[in-house]
Design a protein around this ligand. Structure first.
Ligand code: HEM
Length: 125
């Protein structure tokens, strides 16, 4: 029997889309993160919906359209400090609290995202 992916368990595309929309509202309201992002967020938002879909085990939408993610390398032009990784994760935690009432599921998603976010750190504070 095949295990359901996190993507399926969280509620699929509608939930991932809402999560990403809420997440970037939090990011733009966070002074530690907002200055890194462009004025027009539409491309970032659409790429993040594709990326998190595949990251949580759904269809490989990001790779199909943009090729191999190489996501750490894509973040190298931006100064990612431990403080910014923590702020990024806090924005995601608050978005998840709105989309996903089940605490265990949120914790599973945040555990994965934390590993990835800390792996992206590329600059001392
Ligand atoms: C793009 C910041 C962590 C996924 C970006 C961009 C910035 C950024 C500044 C580029 C915006 C632009 O296009 O101008 C950060 C910071 C992080 C972080 C400060 C703190 C650790 C993550 C994590 C993930 C992620 C953990 C996924 C699990 C993405 C994706 C894009 C992106 C998918 C779009 C990539 C593309 O252009 O194809 N991020 N990010 N980021 N980030 Fe992050």
């Amino acid at each position: 029997i095949k295990q359901l992916s996190l993507f399926d368990r969280v509620g699929g595309a509608p939930v991932i889309h809402r999560l990403v929309d809420l997440f970037y509202m939090n990011v733009l309201a966070e002074p530690k993160l907002a200055p890194l992002f462009p004025q027009d967020m539409s491309l970032v938002i659409s790429k993040q919906k594709q990326f998190l879909t595949q990251y949580f085990g759904g269809p490989p939408l990001y790779t199909n359209e943009h090729g191999h993610p190489k996501m750490r390398a894509r973040h190298l032009p931006f100064p990612v400090t431990k403080e910014r990784a923590d702020a990024w994760l806090a924005c995601m935690q608050r978005a998840l609290e709105e989309t996903t009432p089940e605490v265990a599921l949120r914790e599973e998603m945040m555990a994965r995202l934390s590993t990835t976010a800390y792996f992206f750190i590329n600059k001392e504070e």
